[in-house]
Design a protein around this ligand. Structure first.
Ligand code: FAD
Ligand code: NAP
Length: 337
């Protein structure tokens, strides 16, 4: 375990924003993780956990220790109708999805090409194209920072919701996820309910899609539609899609008949945050190097040398205007450091 000091965080987040971490360490075992936490506690300094930095906006230099999770490893147990995979928290998410698809195991293919680590996936219950990681989730192991004990956390205990889990709420800063277990189907039924996926398969003349076809379709759509952080700094969707009750929905749709919305099973309605932001005229906006992506208004971008506080300020202006124009609160999805 090698603790470094005054480390530039730009290469460690997809926003690529320059900010200095007072101390920084990479851990590749649970024992190293325990030692890193003990080091911070003994120095009476705070610590933060980092995966691939694809859901973080750093707004200032970071005091204390940043612990980058590099705990690797993957195993599988195959039974008649399912394959159970157990993955270290530092494994690359997309690489695990690809490995599953190559083995013919289904369940994660709609979540192809989401940046980040396995350990961060339960944190906001990553989701895309009609699927969330919770649909295959079995349990995870996490180190309790107070006791130093690694505990198993069950699916119920994770309290997964739309881009939500207990790790963003009650257990924030309390548990460091060290590994995750998923159960995948060996005779999978694919989910092609999402319009873009169905259209992509249709345009490729795929009649009876298999897991690999859905994976290829999602990869193709994402490569075409979403900004690549290697080209332009971003952290994906900056805000969650707001979910409103029936009364609010009825008033909004009466005033804005073309507004996209998606009825939820519990009687609420999900609105498209990107549409609301676009209607306020923000798509393609740029001030200095901080901006809003010109094809996807939900994504804030760093054109080169933006600082985190500029992007945070921009995000707050967007929130205020959407509130003024539609009376809808946009909640941040990303983590602000
Ligand atoms: P980080 O950004 O490093 O960390 C995120 C949070 O999790 C932080 O609070 C961190 O402290 C905490 N954390 C990280 N690792 C651990 C751990 N082991 N234990 C405890 N806490 C931990 N998200 C979606 O849901 N769907 C998408 O389709 C999607 N598309 C994206 C597309 C792009 C281009 C980008 C840039 C991002 C996208 N995201 C998407 C967001 C992001 O990829 C996910 O949130 C991802 O899970 C973050 O993983 P990470 O390892 O980079 O986490
Ligand atoms: P899109 O297809 O343009 O759709 C816009 C929004 O409408 C999406 O966010 C999606 O909500 C919702 N939506 C569309 N069809 C839906 C349906 N059939 N049922 C329910 N909701 C529906 O979205 P996009 O920007 O190209 O993104 C495609 C997918 O990748 C989405 O699932 C999105 O969440 C995911 N993504 C996430 C991030 C991130 O950082 N979180 C970044 C890029 C892409 P949902 O978000 O609930 O799916």
């Amino acid at each position: 375990m090698h603790i470094q000091h005054n480390v530039d965080l730009a290469p460690f987040t997809t926003f690529g924003i320059h900010a200095v971490a007072e101390s920084f360490v990479e851990v590749s075992t649970i024992e190293e993780l325990r030692k890193a936490i003990a080091w911070a506690q003994a120095a009476n300094t705070p610590f933060k956990v980092l995966g691939s930095g694809s859901n973080i906006l750093v707004t200032d230099d970071v005091a204390g220790l940043i612990i980058r999770i590099r705990i690797m490893g993957r195993t599988s147990t195959v039974e008649a109708s399912s394959a159970t995979i157990h993955c270290g928290a530092g494994e690359n998410w997309h690489s695990i999805v690809q490995w599953s698809v190559e083995n013919g195991w289904g369940g994660l293919e709609n979540l192809a090409l989401i940046p980040g680590t396995v350990g961060a996936a339960p944190m906001q219950n990553i989701g895309a194209y009609g699927t969330e990681q919770s649909s295959c989730f079995v349990e995870l192991q996490a180190l309790d920072v107070t006791t130093g004990i690694v505990a198993t956390v069950t699916k119920d205990e994770c309290a997964f919701g739309y881009r939500e889990s207990i790790f963003k709420r009650d257990l924030r800063h309390q548990m460091v996820i060290t590994s995750v277990t998923y159960r995948l189907a060996t005779a999978p039924v694919v989910n092609v309910s999402y319009r873009d996926v169905a259209e992509e398969l249709h345009s490729c003349a795929v009649i009876e899609p298999q897991v690999a076809d859905v994976f290829d379709a999602v990869v193709a759509i994402r490569q075409r539609k979403l900004p690549d952080p290697r080209v332009i700094g971003n952290a994906g969707s900056f805000f969650k899609n707001p979910v409103v009750d029936l009364d609010t929905y009825a008033q909004l749709v009466a005033a804005h008949p073309t507004m996209p919305s998606y009825a939820q099973a519990d009687g609420t309605y999900k609105l498209a945050a990107a549409w609301l932001i676009d209607q306020c005229g923000w798509k393609g906006y740029r001030s200095g190097d901080a901006g809003v992506h010109d094809r996807q208004a939900l994504v804030l971008v760093n054109h080169g040398n933006a600082v985190g506080s500029q992007l945070l300020e921009l995000s707050m202006r967007i929130q205020h205007q959407v509130q003024d124009q539609f009376g809808v609160d946009l909640e941040r999805e990303i983590n602000v450091w």
